[in-house]
Design a protein. Sequence first.
Length: 106
Amino acid sequence: MKNHRLSLPDDDHRVLPFRPRRTGPTAHVGKLPPVQNDLAAYERGHDESQDDFRHRMLTNIAALAFTIVLTAVGFWLATSIADLRKTQDCVLMGRSNCAQIATPPG
C-alpha cells in the first residue's frame, strides 16, 4: 500500500505529540507538605462578638447612607444635564424665551 500522507510546507501548523516528562519512578509522591486545617487564627472569642456586631452594623448603615446620597446626587445630575440640554437645543434652534421662569402662584 502507498502512504497517503499529505505533505505540508514548513510554515503550516503541525500537531506535535505530547510526551510527559518523567523524573523518576514516582519520586515526587510523598514529598508534599501535609495539609493543615488549623483555623484557630481566624476564630473569634464570645466576648468580642457584641463589639464586632455593633461596629459592623454602624459600618453597614454608613455604607447605606453613602449609597443613598450617591444615588440622589446622580439622579440630580442627570436631570440637570437633561434640562440644560433642552435649553441649549431651544437656543440653538433660534427660539426666544427658552429659560424657564418660576412664577409665584396666585
